[in-house]
Design a protein around this ligand. Structure first.
Ligand code: FES
Ligand code: FES
Length: 174
């Protein structure tokens, strides 16, 4: 069922709110607490791709897309995801069929321990969906909230440039 056709009114059940949303294209109902953040709700319900790094909005490892825009799920109240489309890293690609952005990150050596990568990839997707031909400053700006303890940030910029080139030449629509 389309999320947009669902009731916009939040239901409460035994002190929990029931939010209706789409996660990676599938309609879901999640029971969340009024003070629960989206990161915790997603991880509690089985979407563990978004990582809990700082939990204070400083590292970007928890980034997910909400209605196509990258948000920090550790600072986003879960109830705000009611009637939203959420994309987590699990919705980007599979091991057998990775998304071109994921392929580019691996091929350029941008992935080391991997902890920061889900957030980086979703920030990159937000950018490339809005601007398929970003220059280096735009890429740096898009990724500047995503901290990485392993790399010097050069490889991730190369990865986004490669992904942009591939997405353009392959005309991949995702
Ligand atoms: S865990 Fe959300 S910004 Fe660090
Ligand atoms: S690859 Fe390890 S934190 Fe970025």
């Amino acid at each position: 069922m389309s999320v947009k056709k669902r009731s916009e009114k939040l239901k409460t059940i035994n002190g929990f709110f029931e939010i209706q949303l789409k996660i990676n294209g599938e309609a879901k109902n999640l029971k969340v607490k009024s003070n629960e953040f989206l990161l915790d709700a997603l991880r509690r319900c089985g979407w563990r791709g978004a990582k809990k790094g700082c939990d204070t909005g400083d590292c970007g490892s928890c980034a997910v897309l909400m209605n196509g825009k990258a948000v920090l799920s550790c600072l986003t109240p879960a109830v705000k995801a009611h009637i939203a489309d959420i994309t987590t890293i699990e919705g980007m690609g599979t091991f057998e069929k990775p998304h071109p952005i994921q392929e580019a990150f691996v091929e350029t050596g941008a992935v080391q321990c991997g902890f920061c990568i889900p957030g980086m990839i979703l920030s990159a997707k937000d950018l490339l969906d809005r601007n398929p031909e970003p220059d280096e400053d735009m890429i740096k700006h898009a990724l500047d909230g995503n901290l990485c303890r392993c790399t010097g940030y050069v490889k991730q910029i190369e990865a986004v440039k490669l992904a942009a080139k591939r997405l353009k030449s392959d005309k991949v629509i995702r």
